[in-house]
Design a protein. Structure first.
Length: 182
């Protein structure tokens, strides 16, 4: 995993993004900073740019797709006509917000990028008892799975990119084969 990916591990409640530079890191590297993790991050940092992604906060989960230079940041919908939750795409090179993709009726608890990043598929686990696979290339849901309980986490099975696990609030772990679409 890259230094950028390692820096993302364990971060939550991210409402603001900050672009940092740090000596010894590549010139285009950046780090996401959350007030809750101030003690986890050590070193000397300088804020280069910040942006507000959600006026209400509640941005919980981040997934990074280095192949297409995107971050996926879960957040509630800001449109009162389309209540619910989705994620905002953020361009990592320019650190600017892109399109919001509406996905779920309840909060997103986890995001996981497909191990073959070239396909741009991100899985989202939600409290609405669903697991959805969304294409970052066309900004649409390509597969949805209904679960018996709210889904708290998801991860792709290794080494097979065709299986995804979903962990639910009732303690069960579900395994889905993405090749089976019915």
């Amino acid at each position: 995993m890259s230094k950028f990916g390692n820096a993302l591990i364990g971060l939550s409640s991210i409402d603001f993004f900050y672009l940092f530079t740090r000596s010894g890191w590549p010139s285009l590297s950046f780090l996401i900073f959350s007030p809750k993790c101030q003690k986890m991050l050590t070193g000397s940092y300088e804020i280069i740019k910040s942006m507000l992604l959600s006026p209400t906060g509640r941005c919980r989960v981040v997934a990074a797709c280095e192949y297409i230079n995107l971050l996926c940041v879960s957040q509630p919908s800001s449109n009162p006509l389309f209540k619910g939750f989705g994620f905002r795409k953020v361009h990592t090179g320019e650190l600017r917000p892109l399109k919001y993709i509406h996905l779920h009726s309840q909060p997103i608890r986890d995001l996981a990028l497909h191990p073959e990043h070239e396909d741009g598929i991100v899985a989202s686990a939600s409290m609405d008892k669903s697991l959805k696979l969304t294409s970052l290339l066309v900004d649409q849901v390509v597969q949805a799975y209904q679960c018996p309980a709210p889904v708290w986490s998801c991860c792709w099975a290794s080494p097979s990119p065709n299986y995804i696990f979903a962990g639910s609030v009732n303690g069960s772990v579900l395994l889905f084969d993405i090749r089976v679409t019915s």
